[in-house]
Design a protein around this ligand. Structure first.
Ligand SMILES: NC(=O)c1ccc[n+]([C@@H]2O[C@H](COP(=O)([O-])OP(=O)(O)OC[C@H]3O[C@@H](n4cnc5c(N)ncnc54)[C@H](OP(=O)(O)O)[C@@H]3O)[C@@H](O)[C@H]2O)c1
Length: 281
C-alpha cells in the first residue's frame, strides 16, 4: 500500500483509508472484521467522529484496533457545538475513552460552527502539548476558512482538510486543493463514492469509467479511488463494512491512471463552475 506524507502531521499515511459513518448499522462482528482486514492490507487511516452513531462508531473502531494501535493513523472529529475551548477537551477525552486509546493521530473540527476558530485551535494546541492528539486538522473548510485558520496558527500546523470529493462533485478542485497544496495541508476525500450515488454503469460517465476500468483489469469503484488519489496531496476514506469491498478498495492503490485516463474521466465527470459555498453532506 503506497503511503504519502500527511501534511503537518509529518506521518506517512496510506492514500486509501477507511471511513466509519454508519458502520454501526452493519453486523458488529462483520464491521470489526472489515476494519481489521483493512489494517492487514495497509489501509492504516481510520476516520471516525463523535457524531457517528452518537459514539457507537468510535466504540466499534476501539474494538477493531485493540492490540494493534501502532498500525493505525487514527482520526476523530469534534462537533462544532462542542468546539469551545473546554468542550473540545471534553469531547476529545470522551472519544479517547470510547476508542480505548490514549491518543488520536489527528483530531478535526467537523465543520465550522458558533465558536471562534481561535478557541478550537487553542484547545487543539493544548491537547497536542499533552500528547492526547498528535496533530490536528479541519473538515469542510473552503479556502477562506483555511486562510482564517492559517492566520491564527501559522504554517505547519494544519495537517489536513477533510472534504466532499467524488466523481460527481469536484468543486474542491477550483480552489481548495490548490490552497492545500501551497500550504502543505493534506486533502482527504470523504464520501468518495458519493455515499449511495455512485455513477451507474449504463450512465454517460459510467461507460467511460467502465472502459478505463477494463483497461486496468479493475472495477469502477477502484478507478474512482485511483482518480481521487491521483496526486500526492490527495487521500480518500471510503467506508466499507463488507470484506470484499475493503479488499477491492485496497487494491485500487495499485492502479496507475495515465494522463489520457485522467483526461477522459475529467471530461466524463465535468468540474462545473465554482459553487458559492463548499458542497458538504
Ligand atoms: N467530514 C465530514 O463531514 C464527512 C462527511 C461524510 C463522510 N465522512 C467520512 O467519509 C467516509 C466515507 O464516506 P461515506 O461513508 O459517506 O460514503 P462512501 O465511502 O462514498 O460510500 C460508502 C458506501 O460505498 C460502499 N462501498 C465501499 N466500497 C465499495 C466497493 N469497493 N464497491 C462498491 N461499493 C462499495 C459501502 O458499502 P458497504 O459498507 O456495504 O461495504 C457503502 O455503502 C465516512 O464513512 C466518514 O468516515 C466525513
Amino acid at each position: 500500500m503506497q503511503k504519502r506524507r500527511f501534511g503537518a502531521a509529518e506521518r506517512d499515511v496510506a492514500a486509501i483509508g477507511q471511513g466509519t459513518w454508519y458502520i454501526e448499522q452493519a453486523e458488529r462482528a462483520v464491521a470489526i472484521a472489515a476494519l481489521r482486514r483493512g489494517l492487514d492490507l495497509g489501509l492504516n487511516h481510520i476516520d471516525t467522529a463523535e457524531m457517528y452513531g452518537s459514539g457507537q462508531a468510535e466504540i466499534i473502531v476501539g474494538e477493531a484496533i485493540a492490540g494493534r494501535r501502532e498500525d493505525v493513523f487514527l482520526v476523530s472529529k469534534v462537533l462544532p457545538n462542542n468546539a469551545s475551548k473546554l468542550g473540545t477537551r471534553r469531547a476529545c477525552e470522551a472519544s479517547l475513552k470510547r476508542l480505548k486509546t490514549d491518543r488520536l493521530d489527528c483530531y478535526l473540527l467537523h465543520w465550522r460552527g458558533q465558536y471562534p476558530l481561535a478557541e478550537t485551535i487553542a484547545a487543539f494546541e493544548d491537547l497536542k502539548g499533552e500528547g492526547k492528539i498528535l496533530s490536528w486538522g479541519v473538515s469542510n473548510f473552503d479556502e477562506e476558512d483555511l486562510a482564517e485558520a492559517l492566520a491564527i496558527t501559522g504554517r505547519g500546523k494544519i495537517a489536513c482538510n477533510q472534504v466532499l470529493y467524488h466523481l460527481g462533485e469536484r468543486a474542491i478542485e477550483h480552489a481548495v486543493i490548490p490552497w492545500c497544496e501551497r500550504h502543505d495541508v493534506a486533502v482527504v476525500a470523504y464520501s468518495p463514492f458519493g455515499q449511495s450515488g455512485f455513477p451507474a454503469r449504463n450512465s454517460k460517465g459510467g461507460y467511460v469509467l467502465a472502459d478505463v476500468a477494463a483497461a486496468h483489469g479493475a472495477n469502477l469503484h477502484q478507478v474512482a479511488l485511483a482518480f481521487l488519489t491521483r496526486k500526492p496531496s490527495l487521500f480518500a476514506i471510503p467506508k466499507a463494512a463488507r470484506l470484499l469491498h475493503v479488499e477491492e478498495n485496497a487494491k485500487s492503490a495499485d492502479i496507475k491512471l495515465s494522463e489520457a485516463d485522467v483526461a477522459r474521466l475529467e471530461e466524463a465527470f465535468p468540474l462545473g463552475v465554482k459553487p458559492r459555498g463548499l458542497p458538504m453532506i
